[in-house]
Design a protein around this ligand. Structure first.
Ligand code: B4P
Length: 194
């Protein structure tokens, strides 16, 4: 089993690149953003709670997200591996993920951090907001999301760096060029299937 964390600020391309990675390497994709948006659109109690935070650009509480991840991993016990997209976003989530995976006799093998200048992040997300209908893709909420990233999520990169798992990858190039850079790191562990 090979488990990858795709890390980076809002709009760095985690969702975009995850799609390519899961196709090429036949891995399971777990995106906490997608899972939360699905709960919101189905008006579940979890979704109603999460929406309050997401609409303000704040992180959803750790216990909500960790519970969701645990049941998602259990859905595909025979997976070749997982791509965690947008998770972990706090040190508490990172420690919880390590424990969950240890319990399943596996671990995080690699963390790829997409590095993109802040002005590009804002431009991408504002642009997406024009068509996405996402309530968190307007300039005010985007600024709050980036602030939340610096205060709560950046420490996760330090955590993985201390464990020797972090690789920083430039993410400001085109989608295919960025995918090539990410693939260089992944193929040290796993060969592409497609
Ligand atoms: P997410 O859904 O994870 O979204 P994101 O960080 O904004 O986007 P991502 O980095 O995936 O960018 P994307 O590829 O889409 O989070 C949304 C919210 O959910 C959070 O704010 C939080 O409230 C909550 N949440 C999620 N996970 C959580 C957790 N673990 N704990 C607590 N709360 C959590 O790309 C963005 C845009 O850029 C797209 O339009 C794309 O087309 C474009 N793009 C991508 N790559 C490009 C490139 N190379 N060049 C040009 N444009 C590019």
């Amino acid at each position: 089993m090979f488990n990858l964390v795709l890390f980076g600020p809002p709009g760095s391309g985690k969702g975009t690149q995850s799609e390519n990675i899961v196709k090429s390497y036949q891995l399971q994709h777990i995106s906490t953003g997608d899972l939360l948006r699905s709960e919101v659109s189905r008006h579940t109690p979890l979704g109603t709670e999460a929406k309050k935070y997401m609409d303000q650009g704040m992180l959803v509480p750790d216990e909500v997200v960790i519970g969701m991840i645990s049941s998602k991993i259990d859905e595909t016990p025979d997976a070749r591996g997982f791509v965690f997209d947008g998770f972990p976003r706090t040190r508490t989530q990172a420690e919880a993920l390590d424990k969950l995976l240890e319990f399943k006799n596996t671990k995080i093998h690699l963390v790829l951090s997409l590095e993109v200048p802040e002005q590009d992040l804002i431009a991408r997300l504002v642009n997406r907001g024009i068509t996405s209908g996402r309530s968190d893709d307007n300039e005010e909420v985007i600024t709050a999301r980036i602030k939340e990233y610096h205060s709560k999520t950046e420490p996760v990169a330090r955590y993985y760096n201390e464990h020797g798992k972090l690789e920083r990858v430039p993410g400001h190039n085109s989608v295919p060029d960025t995918f090539k850079l990410l693939s260089k790191h992944i193929t040290k562990y796993l060969l592409p299937v497609a």
